[in-house]
Design a protein around this ligand. Structure first.
Ligand code: GAR
Length: 199
């Protein structure tokens, strides 16, 4: 049986695209049941619609408090009964209620714990590191602080700007995310003292 995924997005959705492509093969073991966003009119939602996957948007500004938004997002995602939620370029911090209900993985464009937050690629460039990369981790209540599942390293080239470096990171990030989500869907996972074991 295929594991049900809900994928959360905020932007171009190339990671979502990679997951949709992987899910087209039955042996991958997962299906994208729905795609949710924190805004309308983004390329990621178009990708989902083109693939015939249901979409929804849950905007923070439509709710009086962050807790109300958290509850609404939890309800919207619950409708699709996911086995796993994938935050793939979703640029909002998920709330306590949401994280109590759904096991959630996030993909982040740095080698955590270095450069958490919304500007990871710029922060790594500004710091002057020679190696950066991407991390897939379980989401906890902090900002990019959850247990690491997998990481991939990318060299920073002289002359890189934020776009060129981020594009190179994303090529490796998509492969890693597809691999990790597929293994979690097919084999399950365990967390012991922050160490994540797949299978
Ligand atoms: C990815 O690089 C992801 O790691 C990053 O946004 C990009 C989304 O790309 N997420 C964050 O920075 C979260 N802090 P995509 O929309 O093409 O999949």
């Amino acid at each position: 049986m295929s594991a049900r995924l809900v994928v959360l997005v905020s932007g171009s959705g190339t990671n979502l695209g990679a997951l949709l492509e992987a899910c087209a093969d039955e042996s991958y073991g997962a299906t994208v049941a729905a795609v949710g966003a924190d805004r309308d009119g983004i390329e990621a939602l178009q990708r989902a619609e083109q693939a015939g996957v249901p979409t929804f948007a849950c905007r923070l500004s439509d709710y009086p408090t962050r807790d109300d938004w958290d509850a609404a997002l939890t309800d919207a995602v619950a409708e699709y009964e996911p086995d796993l939620v994938v935050s793939a370029g979703f640029m909002k911090i998920l709330g306590k209620r949401f994280l109590e209900v759904f096991p959630t993985v996030n993909t982040h464009p740095s080698l955590l714990p270095a450069f958490p937050g919304a500007h990871a690629v710029k922060d790594a460039l500004d710091y002057g590191v020679r190696i950066t990369g991407a991390t897939v981790h379980l989401v906890d209540a902090g900002v990019d602080t959850g247990p690491v599942i997998a990481q991939t390293a990318i060299e920073v080239f002289d002359g890189d700007d934020e776009d060129s470096l981020h594009e190179r990171i994303k090529v490796a990030e998509r492969v890693m995310l597809v691999d990790v989500v597929g293994r979690m869907a097919r084999d399950g996972w365990q967390v012991i003292d922050r160490r994540v074991r797949l299978g």
